[in-house]
Design a binder for this molecule. Structure first.
Ligand code: ATP
Ligand code: MG
Length: 189
């Protein structure tokens, strides 16, 4: 059982690379962003709460995210691997993930840190917004999300380094080259 954390700033390619991992390895994929967008689309109470935060470039409160994550994880049953995409995004979330997995007799296998220069992130997200129509992919909200990433999420790099789980992945350049580096890291654990 492999638990893969795919990590990176907004627009770093977590979703794209996760799809490729799913295709090759048959792992289950939890994208907290996709879960929240699904809730918004379905007009649930959770969706209504989440929308306020997402449209403003902010993170959803940890306690809410942690509950959602555990329930999605448990719905998978026995699987060969799980990809965590967009979670953890804060140190309390990383601690909660560690505890949740320990309670289930497992642990994070590796954290893949997709590293992309900020100017390229901005470029990618503005282009994605034009195609996807995602409400949070506009210049003003993207800037806020990048600040939130720097302040609340990037400290996780050091946190996972201390856990001995961090692997740096060059996240710009050829898609297939990035994926090859990811596969190498997954095959090692
Ligand atoms: P990428 O482009 O690399 O796939 P992203 O950052 O553009 O990633 P999502 O991961 O889809 O996008 O997240 C979108 C929004 O959902 C976040 O800005 C945040 O408001 C909310 N969100 C997602 N995951 C979490 C989380 N773990 N904790 C709090 N909020 C979250
Ligand atoms: Mg995503």
């Amino acid at each position: 059982m492999k638990n893969i954390v795919i990590f990176g700033a907004p627009g770093s390619g977590k979703g794209t690379q996760s799809d490729k991992i799913v295709e090759k390895y048959g792992f289950k994929h939890i994208s907290t962003g996709d879960v929240l967008r699904g809730e918004i689309k379905n007009g649930t109470e959770l969706g209504k709460t989440a929308k306020g935060y997402i449209d403003n470039g902010q993170l959803i409160p940890d306690s809410l995210m942690i509950d959602i994550l555990a329930s999605v994880y448990d719905s998978f049953g026995a699987v060969e691997g799980v990809i965590f995409d967009g979670f953890p995004r804060t140190i309390p979330q990383a601690e909660a993930l560690k505890q949740m997995l320990a309670e289930r007799g497992t642990e994070v296998s590796v954290m893949l840190n997709l590293d992309v220069p900020e100017a390229e992130l901005m470029d990618r997200l503005i282009k994605r917004g034009q195609i996807s129509g995602r409400a949070d992919d506009n210049e003003e909200t993207i800037k806020k999300r990048l600040v939130v990433y720097q302040e609340q999420t990037s400290p996780l790099i050091e946190w996972y380094q201390n856990e001995g789980k961090h692997t740096h992945i060059q996240g710009s350049g050829e898609l297939e080259k990035i994926f090859a580096d990811i596969c190498e890291a997954i095959d090692k654990v």
